[in-house]
Design a protein around this ligand. Structure first.
Ligand code: SAH
Ligand code: SF4
Length: 363
């Protein structure tokens, strides 16, 4: 692990149009190309602009993004802590895949109000929503970095800090902007939700081919409510009914995320129950993504904070063993359900998506 750089200054995309308001229209077009296609880091690089304009823009609209980057020792993952005007940071992660895809996992909020028991971000509580500019900036930062080695961001997942459907308008405008201005294919942009039903039903009407991922993590309401308090508001049935409506409307494949936590939700019984409930509500076009729990260390004293796992205190969540994961997967497949196993990226730099909060909190 090594810190690779700290980029200066603060960029505020909202200001861009105001700065260009008095200039001919084509100048704004040139500026957009420079920022979102050529990934300029300073106006000095934008040589289509006269020198005095470049100097003015460097003062009025500096292109720097303030961030601290930490690279994993194998170089496959880079975590960024991006700072904004009010100095509270958002975390974003770049993952290099062996098939040359470069995925950026972005945050949609700072912190999260959903309080899932296994999630470090949930443990932080909710700080504030991010604006679409602030979401786009997280991708832009990595686009600039990848440009140096002739690469581009190919995929974006909204799986960092926060619940995207509780910041719907900013999230969707960022996703559309990434598609339109940065040229990231809509089919390569995925939004993950803990199951905000209204958000799912709104999302299915969007005229874009974005992907939907659902964090399910439990096969029944009793366990899901313990792990994810949001389930008390939107039950498993309500969420799966909304997913069924989404599939019917869009004909798009949905990713069902299932975190495997040792002795909590990873038994063969749990797997059988999952087969049953998924088959009851979803006929086709879904895949279960099995994710080993990534230890966050956020609740070392156990999970009694909200009283849910009180009986087992002190109880610490641990990842399921490889053997159990394989068994769980086999039960799903025997039940005719497609399942894949995702290995958590960036474990060593606390950069696995959805559990980015811990280090931030300690800063
Ligand atoms: N709030 C949204 C998106 C952010 S979380 C959601 O919950 O879907 C992104 C993913 O990371 C979710 O599937 C979440 O359950 C998962 N996640 C959270 N904590 C994790 C941990 N400690 N280990 C592995 N995955 C985790
Ligand atoms: Fe929020 Fe998602 Fe973490 Fe739950 S898993 S607390 S919804 S970020």
């Amino acid at each position: 692990m090594r810190t690779i750089c700290a980029i200066l200054l603060q960029m505020n995309l909202n200001k861009l149009k105001t700065v260009f308001a008095d200039l001919p229209k084509f100048r704004l077009k040139q500026a957009f190309k420079a920022i979102f296609n050529d990934f300029a880091e300073s106006w000095d690089e934008v040589t289509v602009f006269p020198k005095d304009l470049r100097a003015k823009l460097n003062t009025d609209f500096p292109l720097g993004i303030k961030a601290e980057l930490i690279e994993s020792s194998d170089g496959k993952t880079i975590k960024a802590l991006v700072s904004f005007e009010d100095t509270k940071g958002a975390e974003a992660v770049l993952m290099h895949h062996s098939d040359s895809r470069n995925t950026v996992c972005v945050s949609s909020q700072i912190g999260c109000a959903m309080g899932c028991e296994f999630c470090a971000t949930g443990d932080m509580g909710f700080k504030r929503n991010l604006t679409s500019d602030e979401i786009v900036m997280q991708v832009l930062l990595f686009s600039r970095l990848l440009k140096r080695s002739g690469q581009r961001v190919t995929n974006v997942t909204f799986m960092g800090m926060g619940e995207p459907f509780l910041n719907y308008d900013e999230m969707i405008s960022a996703a559309k902007f990434l598609n339109k201005e940065l040229g990231i294919a809509a089919r390569h942009i995925s939004i993950s939700t803990c199951g905000i039903v209204g958000g799912i039903l709104k999302f299915m009407k969007e005229p874009f081919q974005f992907n939907l991922a659902i964090s399910l993590h439990a096969p029944n309401n009793e366990l899901r409510s313990k792990l994810m308090p949001v389930n008390r508001r939107f039950s498993l049935e309500k969420v799966l009914q909304a997913v069924a409506a989404y599939i019917k409307e869009t004909n798009r494949k949905v990713m069902i995320e299932y975190l495997l936590i040792k002795d909590v939700n990873d038994s063969a019984e749990n797997a059988k129950e999952l087969v049953k409930v998924l088959k009851k509500y979803l006929v086709n076009l879904f895949v279960v993504n099995l994710i080993p729990y990534n230890p966050t260390g956020s609740r070392p004293e156990g999970f009694a904070n909200k009283g849910t796992f009180a009986k087992r205190t002190p109880f610490k969540f641990e990842p399921s063993s490889g053997k159990n994961i394989a068994k769980f997967k086999a039960v799903l497949e025997d039940g005719g359900i497609e399942a894949v196993q995702r290995f958590s990226f960036g474990q060593k730099i606390a950069g696995a998506c959805g559990q980015l909060g811990t280090r931030l909190k300690n800063r």
